[in-house]
Design a protein around this ligand. Sequence first.
Ligand SMILES: Nc1nc2c(c(=O)[nH]1)N[C@H]1C(S)=C(S)[C@@H](COP(=O)(O)O)O[C@H]1N2
Ligand SMILES: [Mo]
Length: 251
Amino acid sequence: MSTLTRRALIAGGVAAVGGALGAALGAAGRRFGLIPPDAGGIYGPGETLAYASHRLFGRNALAREFPRSMISAKPFANSIAPPTAAYKQHEAANFVNWRLDVDGHVERRASLSLSDLQAMERRSQITEVTCEEGWSYIAEWTGTPLATVLSSLGVRPTAKYVVYYSSDPDWWESIDIDEALHPQTLVAWGMNGGPLPVPFGGPLRLRVPRQLGYKSVKFLNRITVTDALDGFGDGSGQSSANAGYAWYAGI
Ligand SMILES: Nc1nc2c(c(=O)[nH]1)N[C@H]1C(S)=C(S)[C@@H](COP(=O)(O)O)O[C@H]1N2
Ligand SMILES: [Mo]
């Protein structure tokens, strides 16, 4: 056998083993929830590596919390309220009719008002909103931990993801159940000591401080707990408005 043929055979063997290993890791990764739903997209390998390592080694890691003295004097609001008639009606009525609907893989579905949420556990934290475009600010967020909301309704063991919607129909996102049950993930209704201002997502916003700003959806009005992201949009876990962003945006 020529050296060349032997090399080709070895190279082929390595590729075959590598391929089999990759496939096995892929299957195991999916089984243990280490592969992001958009792994086939442009962020594929890098995003998968970050997601898998954060889930393996940093499942309970905390986003940095800051002292009160570091709250930004002029926080930057990056988007405006949805210009829909329905939203404007809610705003005119001071959001008394605003509801957060929760359904899917929970024992009981619910339609929660702001006062329902405010009567549950509350938590405040001073964290940073970081936009992928490069700017950031620090603010104090007050709200009900999403874990408290979900636990009060009974999370089914089949729950793997939480999909969350905005009254802005073009904007929805999803996180895995670890992120959803993490103590810093808040259904936020307050900011810097007052109610959550409209430009910052009032009356309700999901604050996901361990991930980039785009995961913190403003004007939150619906949460669906699910076992899979297939069937939500194109299956990549985000609205098409966010299609240019990685689903996993851990920082
Ligand atoms: N409903 C809705 N939520 C949204 C957005 C949006 O356009 N609509 N923009 C996102 C992006 S890209 C970022 S960086 C943050 C910006 O938060 P800020 O306005 O508080 O700075 O909100 C996120 N939440
Ligand atoms: Mo952003």
